[in-house]
Design a protein around this ligand. Structure first.
Ligand SMILES: [Zn+2]
Length: 451
């Protein structure tokens, strides 16, 4: 076994050991042939309820059905249309719940993002385990315990369970449309600024790092991201590394009990764009593409932040001039015309709003920890240009224009992003130190990254 594969295997074994739900993960070429044996080992049923769409049936579903039937499994299929692209909405999940209940059998999701999310949701509603057969290294949700689905237009991560068995056949995954691996690469690259957000929250005593989840994502992250050119060329080793990273991120979320290990301000901005139904050439812009641009956007704020000296902030002045809850509620009402979304945003914003004394204490703490924190962040984060080049080499979008957003929308959504999630990120850090406006103004100025 080559050294890289061995390393991947070690990561996957530690991932399985950490997961309460996942019994087996197979990432290798030709892995589809192993599915009948895996089902026999981990389930009692000889019936399969296979869910795919037209594209993933063509890529893997039809062949998997043949392989299963040859081994004596009875297969019932639920095939969604390939176009228009299936929506990750709870309403679609409920349709699947009804069909799954009616059909019985082991649910097997053959697909990537949305197919996997919907099957995960439906199986969890019925209280049964499921199998994920991945067709692309396009996102980190395969192994995660939550399913990101929209409910009345607002994206929620709905608590579910990870699959019992996961299979990634690298022959299938490297044959997927090229851009799909670039989406996965964008999603995984987002773990860099997300990690920085967690370092800040840890340093301020808001959310300590988790000894199990942090290393699962961060120990090998830079290595998984190190071969974007190989990935773009369909190299199985680079693709296997990316897939392993995405799976590890999914498990880290399960281990930690929230998406903190895998998602920070980069994802908050991306979620806003996704909620607005961002489209380019008539197609929804993928999650990973939104995260790639989101990650670069957040990295530009970090670049500004790491140039600041925060050792002697004036707490009294900052507290006196802060925006208070009623100001934030007015801002929410102005930015989110949908009452459902506004109501949720108010709850999220209230949850992380701290009183004046607590804020003053936090600002004092920032003064103490800043030299160390700043150094740590600078060591940890890649340079903006380095990250942009890596993403571009992987083939994912790096500019707002490539995802169909203009400068003003980009800027407005960056300011609004912190209002939709209670998670503490660089955006909150900037807001609470009275610097959000200055930072945003800088990155959108002529000398900034988006000017
Ligand atoms: Zn993601």
């Amino acid at each position: 076994m080559p050294e890289t594969n061995q390393k991947q295997e070690t990561v996957l074994q530690s991932v399985i050991a950490r997961s309460k739900v996942i019994d087996a993960i197979v990432v290798q070429r030709g892995a589809m042939r192993l599915v009948p044996d895996l089902l026999s080992m981990h389930f009692d049923d000889r019936k399969v309820f296979l869910v795919a769409d037209d594209n993933t049936r063509h890529a893997a579903g039809a062949r998997l059905t043949e392989i299963l039937e040859q081994q004596g499994f009875a297969v019932t299929s639920e095939i969604f249309p390939g176009t228009p692209r299936l929506k990750g909405a709870v309403e679609n999940g409920e349709i699947l719940v009804a069909r799954m209940r009616e059909s019985g059998g082991i649910p097997v999701a053959v697909g990537s993002g949305v197919i996997n999310d919907l099957v995960k949701y439906a199986a969890f509603q019925l209280g049964i385990p499921y199998v994920s057969v991945a067709t692309a290294a396009s996102m980190d949700g395969y192994a995660s315990a939550g399913s990101p689905l929209t409910v009345k237009g607002f994206k929620h991560t709905i608590p579910c369970a990870a699959p019992r068995v996961m299979v990634a056949d690298l022959d299938v995954i490297t044959a997927a449309p090229k851009e799909m691996a670039s989406w996965g690469y964008g999603d995984l690259a987002g773990k860099l600024p997300a990690g920085a957000d967690w370092l800040i929250a840890d340093a301020l005593g808001i959310e300590p790092l988790d000894d199990a989840a942090w290393p699962l994502v961060q120990t090998n992250l830079k290595e998984w991201l190190s071969n974007p050119a190989g990935l773009a060329n369909g190299d199985p080793e680079a693709t296997g590394g990316l897939f392993t990273g995405l799976v590890a991120a999914g498990i880290a979320m399960e281990v930690h009990g929230s998406s903190r290990p895998a998602s920070g301000a980069d994802h908050q901005v991306a979620h806003l764009w996704e909620m607005d139904g961002l489209k380019l050439n008539g197609l929804p812009v993928s999650h990973g593409t939104c995260v790639a641009v989101g990650a670069l956007t957040i990295l530009s704020l970090y670049e500004w932040l790491l140039d600041q000296d925060l050792r002697s902030l004036d707490a009294a002045d900052i507290v006196a001039n802060r925006r208070r809850l009623p100001d934030l509620e007015t801002e929410i009402a102005r930015r989110f015309p949908s009452p459902d979304i506004a109501e949720r945003a108010i709850k999220e914003t209230q949850a992380k709003y701290v009183g004046d004394d607590e804020l003053a204490g936090r600002i004092a703490r920032i003064g103490e920890v800043w030299p160390d924190l700043c150094r740590r962040l600078a060591d940890y984060l890649p340079a903006f240009e380095e990250m942009r080049e890596m993403l571009a080499t992987a083939g994912v979008a790096t500019s707002p224009a490539e995802i169909g957003i203009d400068r003003d929308y980009h800027r407005q959504t960056l300011i609004a992003a912190r209002l939709i999630r209670r998670r503490y990120t660089i955006l909150d850090f900037l807001e609470e130190t009275g610097r959000l406006e200055a930072a945003v103004e800088h990155v959108f100025s002529h000398s900034g990254r988006w000017g």
